[in-house]
Design a protein around this ligand. Sequence first.
Ligand SMILES: Cc1cc2nc3c(=O)[nH]c(=O)nc-3n(C[C@H](O)[C@H](O)[C@H](O)COP(=O)(O)O)c2cc1C
Length: 286
Amino acid sequence: MTASGTFGFGIEFMEYGDISALGAVVTKSITLEPRAGNEPPRIYETPSGMLNSIGLENPGLEFFKEKILPQVVSAGATMVVNIAGESPDEYGEIAGELSADDGIAALEVNAGCPNVDRGGMTFGRDPGMLADLVAAVCASTELPIIAKLTPNVADIVPLVEAAGRAGASAVTVMNTLLGMSVDVRKRVPHIKRGKAGLSGPAIRPVAVRMAFEAAQTGVPVVGAGGISDLDSAMQFFLVGARAVEVGTWNFADPAFIFRLPGLISDFLEQQGETNLGAYIGSLKSG
Ligand SMILES: Cc1cc2nc3c(=O)[nH]c(=O)nc-3n(C[C@H](O)[C@H](O)[C@H](O)COP(=O)(O)O)c2cc1C
């Protein structure tokens, strides 16, 4: 699957491969009203990663539904719409407007954007608030819900369990890791808002560890964070993730995600496995 915010709405990447062959295209977070996002600079390259503070820039629900969604659906992509809001009611309202009839397979609930003043990480850091959010979304739609969690917590397990109990079919682990970088000569942060979300290979070991912990709960896990090659994708499967998302690497190599399914099949054959399910969670103790 593509990771939200790193693959546009899918159509932008059609020159690199067949988006209908991907597990799913996960959209940029959609909010009720259009958002211009944060003031630049809002992207900064760091060792083996990047900081971003986009601030949920998107064209809003109505434009997305009318102008964008039909194009992606007609390209044959399995669509997962990522949604964001400032209150459980607002998330519920957006969810209520999106259904399987529109060609959508599932909703991913962004419960951990580090780059906004309202909403954002507040939901994803408290099990009770997260449960209320997931329940509000589940009550508004028949679609399966994937709760996307923030890693900016001491312990991810209570959050995974809360999301699962509230009705989430799966959790995505993880969103970006809160970071900061500063210009030592100009004496200002590299990102206008100061703190920002770190992504890319730099965060991979943190993401693998959190996906491992999350998978122990039995709630299905979608692994994300720093996938940039076959081995890094397989690490998530081995620790128990049932699917993976590729994010920042889409900027470095936009064709990689289209090669990944074939690389996984070849790898499984070499490992003597008939299917991915048998490999998932088959980690031995060291
Ligand atoms: C530029 C950029 C924009 C992002 N926008 C969103 C977003 O709108 N919603 C969301 O849930 N996650 C967003 N993310 C987080 C990614 O979907 C992903 O969870 C995170 O980057 C970790 O994966 P990666 O290391 O493969 O990029 C964004 C990440 C980047 C780099």
